[in-house]
Design a protein around this ligand. Structure first.
Ligand code: PEP
Length: 260
């Protein structure tokens, strides 16, 4: 899969039953069909909705992803879902290392790396989430935390074309607060330099910002340096608002000197 900028991915988290989830996915599928063009739009619904959504969205360009996967390939792991199962359902990608997994389920860098490796092995693209807590941010420790997470959770043999890194400050997720666009640009530039050091073709890894993105701030966030797109939680639960975020990114890409 080749990802065009802007890359806008919705993380529905544990939200959505069949009726509203399918309606939202179909609305996005139809909008994309009516307005094809630059950019990459994707959704990560709850695991329960992946199969019916995969059946409905078909080959219309809307990407489908899981929110997590097991580090194991198969076997006695009650309740877990393997990367191969996601691929088999029609997923294109999977999120690993989301802060709600790192902090809510005690996932460390080594486990996140193992999940990312399992996903790549299954043929999925990986969205690797990193980000500092409020305490770490207040203490000025952001780059140190990010360096540790990047070094600890980057999959071995990561290929730039199949890796997306999402910088998601934990204190910005679901809070309505965001870093300034200057800070986002500065932090993304730092992440980019680490990726260039560590990943062959690191300059081409897609770098997303996530944390309280909505239609009203998406344009300026996506205009910040080294921001290739956004990972969106709450605001992805409304098809109109999510589409407006994508359109803001597309408008920015059209007006940037580099184009899309
Ligand atoms: C997220 O959880 O990945 C996220 C970015 O959430 P929100 O947009 O709701 O802050």
């Amino acid at each position: 899969m080749s990802l065009a900028t802007p890359v806008v991915i919705g993380n529905w988290k544990m939200n959505g039953l069949r009726a509203d989830g399918l309606a939202r996915a179909e609305a996005l599928r139809d909008r994309l069909a009516r307005a094809p063009g630059e950019g990459t739009l994707g959704i990560c619904p709850p695991a329960t909705l992946l199969a019916p959504i995969a059946d409905r969205i078909g080959e219309h360009g809307l990407l489908l992803g899981g929110q997590d996967c097991s580090s194991a390939l198969k076997g006695a792991h009650t309740g877990d879902i393997s990367a191969e199962m996601l691929k088999d359902l029609g997923c294109d990608l999977v999120i690993v290392g989301h802060s709600e997994r790192r902090h809510g389920h005690g996932e460390d860098d080594a486990l996140v790396r193992a999940k990312a490796e399992a996903a790549l092995k299954a043929g999925l693209d990986v969205i690797l989430c990193i980000g500092e807590t409020e305490e770490e941010w207040q203490a000025g420790g952001t780059t140190e935390v990010l360096d540790r997470q990047i070094e600890g959770s980057l999959p071995a043999a990561a290929a730039a074309g199949h890796l997306i890194v999402a910088y998601e400050p934990v204190w910005a997720i679901g809070t309505g607060r965001t870093p300034s666009t200057v800070d986002i640009g500065r932090t993304h530039a730092h992440i980019r330099s680490r990726l260039v050091d560590l990943v062959p073709g690191g300059a081409r890894v897609r770098l997303l910002y996530g944390g309280s993105v909505k239609a009203g701030n998406a344009g300026e966030i996506m205009a910040a340096g080294e921001v290739d797109g956004v990972l969106v939680g709450g605001a992805s639960l409304d098809a109109d608002g999510f589409w407006a975020i994508f359109e803001a990114g597309r408008a920015g890409a059209r007006s940037s000197p580099a184009g899309a």
